[in-house]
Design a protein around this ligand. Structure first.
Ligand SMILES: C[S@@+](CC[C@H](N)C(=O)[O-])C[C@H]1O[C@@H](n2cnc3c(N)ncnc32)[C@H](O)[C@@H]1O
Length: 314
């Protein structure tokens, strides 16, 4: 915490040295795939299933839409799972009426090989006028603000943006432009991946410090190295509220299992929304994953205590 205190920016109500190991880390069931990777699409899909019940319509934007790796042939892929579940909803008729479902899907991907997978999805799912899948290859830091500022998505359209980057790919100015893209009403909802277990290594191996600065949007990114997992996540949560103007923001941890049979926080999904209902849906979507607790607010955020985690580990 020393550096961050010096920077005078981080004002979190606790510090890592207050935490003590009180419970054992949760056991995760699968050891074949990285559990946290398989659980994220489940949470996104389930959250959107609940979201659309309230909004009755909506747009899904996946800015880093390719699967985890080019070789990944599993179903654990958010774009695929969201499209499948929303099309099931579209196809479900009750008393001859279609069920609420998302109608518009924008999938962006930079890598040509990954993009070919996205194109496969488009061919498989695009079914206008009630199911529109649009894809674009390129840098989401350019494509996404262009889309939001083009008027293609109406300002009243409920819009959910998945920013499932690997580490530093989503620039802060992109978040600023998402948050500023609506003149009034609800801003686009965001789910944003914050790396944890590999973040220190990634920061240490950067060839160009400008990468971290563009990602974090400020020069104090190096303070992150000294912080524990929950302090980082909560710092970001505060930034979503204070700098981007979101009413609600919370961070949700996903674990990875180590060979030693212990586990650690792999990454966080940070959520931001202006909609009160979103908090209930997050609880439900995350609750399905079987983790013992969650990080929602500074008061509930003693995850190191709950999970027996020390400061950031590699
Ligand atoms: C972590 S993977 C996404 C995982 C996926 N969302 C899932 O559910 O499994 C990140 C993807 O973003 C792509 N990517 C990286 N930088 C990008 C950028 N600036 N614009 C668009 N796509 C990018 C990568 O090629 C990769 O396919």
């Amino acid at each position: 915490m020393a550096n961050s205190k010096k920077s005078g920016i981080l004002r979190l109500p606790f510090s890592d040295d207050l935490f003590q190991r009180t419970t054992r880390a949760p056991r995760l069931r699968s050891n074949r795939t990285n559990v946290s990777t398989t659980q994220k699409p489940i949470m996104v899909k389930e959250y959107l299933r609940l979201f659309v019940k309230v909004t009755r319509h909506g747009t899904y934007v996946d800015a880093f839409a390719g699967p985890q790796t080019e070789e990944d042939c599993t179903e654990h892929w958010s774009a695929l799972q969201v499209l499948e579940s929303q099309r099931l909803a579209r196809d479900k008729l009750i008393k001859d009426k279609q069920q609420p479902h998302l109608r518009n899907f924008y999938l962006f991907e930079r890598s040509p090989r990954q993009f070919s997978r996205i194109e496969d999805l488009r061919r498989r799912f695009h079914d206008p006028p009630s199911f529109n899948v649009r894809t674009k290859q390129g840098d989401s830091n350019v494509l996404l603000p262009e889309l939001l500022e083009s008027g293609a998505i109406g300002h009243r359209e409920a819009t959910f943006v998945l920013l499932d980057q690997r580490t530093f790919e989503c620039e802060w100015k992109t978040l600023e432009r998402i948050a500023a893209s609506r003149p009034s009403g609800y801003k686009c909802e965001i789910f944003y991946l914050l790396a944890n277990s590999w973040l220190n290594r990634a920061l240490a191996n950067l060839n160009d410090p400008g990468t971290a600065e563009r990602w974090w949007g400020r020069s104090d990114w190096d303070c992150l190295r000294d912080l524990g997992a929950s302090d980082r996540a909560l710092w970001l949560v505060e930034r979503f509220k204070n700098e981007l103007g979101y009413t609600y923001s919370s961070a949700w941890y996903f674990m990875e299992r180590l060979q030693s049979e212990s586990s650690r926080i792999h990454y966080f999904m940070v959520h931001a929304s202006d909609h009160r209902e979103s908090q209930k849906f997050l609880d439900r979507a995350y609750g399905n994953l079987g983790y013992p607790t969650m990080v929602r607010s500074p008061q509930q955020a003693n995850i190191q205590e709950l999970l027996g985690e020390g400061p950031e580990t590699e």
